[in-house]
Design a protein around this ligand. Structure first.
Ligand SMILES: Cc1ncc(COP(=O)(O)O)c(C=O)c1O
Length: 385
């Protein structure tokens, strides 16, 4: 008897997660691995956050549901964070806490779009955008981003082609390129979206991790965008599965109803602990020079044949390298590197429909010692191959 399975069966795997699983298995079998595949900080959450979590174990409320939009005290603290970081006054009642920003995207998609609507996304870009849109019946519209255009998509081409989408989803700092939009560019995108009635979803989950100057939130330039953020990256709380969204007026109620029905609430106890995270900027900022040092180490240590025409990596903790001089099959290339050196990297096909076969992503979120090991192993491998 054949039972029905859904069209979600066609959704591609998230290769970075698969590479991580393979690398973890090799490590469990005694392998000496260097992890450049995972997009997560190697540092623990701030000590005060862990203490707040421990303390909240004693409160009965921590063990039940929070309201669907999230613990009011945490939402108020996030609103204050917009004042602290961006000098923006945000209404805490329009902030929703989500189980990771991953669920924040689902809320954003389902609250603003219907099946068949088109959302434009940059390629290269974070693979789950494309894949979760497919799962929800939304059509991703790929906008090529190329080295020649600073890895930023060309929105005016959409106007010229009469191809204006229903939504636009952009990230800055971006994954996998590390490219950061300047404030004037972000403002221009917000104006463009407002002018053309395109709902902007701005992924700001790598905010706090830019190396030149702090990035402004899209909230400063428009009231119509959905802002997505997370505790996973700057705050070093990846496994806590907490994110947040700042909603425009017209989407607050629908997002609340979706949250009530899709997940009831984000983990309450983690929400209690997370309130303390906003008192820990100093401790968290201390990681940034390490990321920058790691990036510079890779830039300096890897040969140009491995880096190629790479993206500038001004933020997040990724380097998107052009390995076209070495391979036209980034999956096989990453597989060989892993098997022969123990260095795990992610093939570009995960992120990039156009140039993914000739690109790879390196995450430099780990320790500087690990970066040195990676450089040494890659160089001796290249010398032999
Ligand atoms: C650009 C981007 N957006 C969203 C996410 C999802 O993060 P989380 O669900 O941990 O908040 C990631 C994870 O790596 C990412 O790189």
């Amino acid at each position: 008897m054949a039972f029905k399975i859904s069209q979600s069966n066609k959704i591609p795997a998230f290769l970075a997660m698969q590479v991580m699983e393979q690398a973890n298995q090799m490590q469990a079998a005694g392998g000496n691995l260097v992890h450049l595949e995972v997009g997560q900080p190697s540092s623990p959450p701030p000590a005060a956050v862990c203490r707040a979590l421990e303390k909240s174990l004693g409160h009965i409320a921590s063990h039940g549901y929070s309201v669907a939009m999230g613990n009011p005290a945490l939402r108020q603290r996030i609103a204050a964070h917009y004042q602290d970081w961006y000098q923006i006054s945000a209404d805490w009642q329009k902030i929703a806490i989500t189980p990771g920003s991953s669920l924040g995207f689902v809320i954003a998609f389902l609250s603003a779009f219907d099946k068949g609507d088109r959302i434009a996304i940059a390629s290269p870009g974070y693979p789950a955008y494309f894949n979760s849109m497919l799962a929800l019946g939304i059509t991703p519209q790929l906008l090529p981003a190329r080295a020649a255009q600073d890895w930023k998509p060309d929105l005016e081409a959409l106007v010229a082609n009469g191809d204006i989408p229903d939504g636009l989803l952009l990230a800055s700092p971006a994954n996998p390129t590390g490219v950061v939009m300047r404030d004037v560019e972000l403002e221009a995108v917000c104006r463009w979206c407002d002018k053309h009635g395109v709902r902007l979803i701005m992924d700001e989950i790598y905010h706090g991790l830019s190396f030149d100057e702090p990035t402004q939130s899209a909230l400063a330039f428009t009231d119509n965008a959905i802002i997505i953020n997370s505790f996973s990256k700057y705050f070093c709380m990846t496994g806590w599965r907490l994110g947040w969204i700042v909603l425009p007026d017209d989407l607050v109620q629908i997002a609340e109803r979706l949250a009530q029905n899709l997940y009831i609430s984000a983990p309450s106890i983690n929400q209690m602990g997370a309130i303390a995270a906003f008192d820990c900027y100093k401790e968290l900022d201390a990681h940034i020079p390490r990321y920058q040092e790691n990036r510079d180490l890779l830039y300096r240590g890897l040969p140009s044949i491995f880096l190629g025409d790479h993206a500038p990596s001004d933020g997040a903790f990724y380097l998107y390298a052009d390995v076209s001089a070495l391979t036209g099959d980034s999956i096989a290339f990453a597989g060989r590197l892993l098997a022969e050196t123990g260095v795990a990297i992610t093939p570009g096909v995960d992120f990039d429909a156009f140039q993914g076969r000739t690109h790879v992503r390196l995450s430099y979120a780990g320790s500087t010692k690990e970066m040195k090991k990676a450089v040494q192993r890659i160089n001796s491998w290249l010398a032999k191959t």
